[in-house]
Design a protein around this ligand. Structure first.
Ligand code: SAH
Length: 215
């Protein structure tokens, strides 16, 4: 039997997102719109709407839907922004951000995953405002900076200086920071020259690699 993906998506939005406090209507609509099943490996599609991360190969995962939604909500996007994502992976979070911002630049350090993200985004007809770049995103991507929002999809030992430098004023950076197995999702806001920081959630992401990551 072919699953009713739209119905699974509606259930995910209600049970995993709305009831847990995701309240931004644009974020809920984007999560309802993007077909998550198109971003997971074919043999794992039946698990697409589980309340958990799913393996996408190369030791990496597509984040839990709640984490993708929470990070997007924390960026407070209105539709006019340019957003940098570090860690394209499957391209799923980039697709969600692409619904919420004017332009998304997503950097991926593993070449086969950069190719996977591009292929998935093309198949889902989402590539028009999303640029997938192959490289070490722990240095950001200066070419298209500054960014109104930056979302880091891998856990960092500390906040990479380059990401703060490439964040606009006003701008918001969401990043998991902490030990390899246990991090906090930090929301760093720059406004009127000041920087504020708070913790939005406890979390566990795959490690950020590269020069400013775990190497
Ligand atoms: N946003 C992705 C989640 C991918 S998991 C999705 O929705 O599917 C985190 C990704 O970060 C992995 O693909 C990993 O290869 C990548 N990554 C780790 N360190 C990186 C770095 N320094 N620069 C860019 N990508 C990195």
């Amino acid at each position: 039997m072919i699953p009713d993906w739209a119905a699974e998506r509606r259930r995910m939005v209600e049970v995993q997102l709305r009831r847990r406090g995701i309240h931004d209507g644009r974020v809920l609509a984007a999560m309802q719109e993007i077909p998550r099943e198109d971003f997971v490996p074919m043999e794992l599609r039946v698990l697409a709407y589980r309340d958990a991360p799913i393996t996408i190969g190369y030791g990496q995962t597509i984040s839990q839907p709640y984490m993708t939604a929470l990070m997007a909500q924390e960026l407070e996007l209105s539709g006019k922004e340019t957003v940098l994502e570090v860690g394209a992976g499957s391209g799923y979070a980039a697709a969600v951000l692409g619904c919420l911002a004017a332009r998304v630049v997503s950097v991926e350090i593993l070449p086969p995953l950069a190719r996977l993200a591009r292929a998935n985004l093309r198949r889902a007809r989402r590539e028009h405002n999303i640029h997938v770049v192959e490289g070490d995103g722990s240095w950001g991507y200066a070419e298209e900076s500054p960014y109104d929002g930056i979302s880091v999809a891998a856990g960092a030992p500390d906040i990479p200086a380059a990401l703060l430098e490439q964040l606009r004023d006003p701008g918001i950076l969401v990043i998991p920071v902490g030990a390899l197995a246990d991090q906090e999702l930090r929301v760093i806001a720059r406004r009127d020259g000041n920087i504020s920081s708070r913790v939005a959630a406890a979390c566990r992401f795959v490690p950020l690699r590269g020069g400013e990551g775990w190497r």
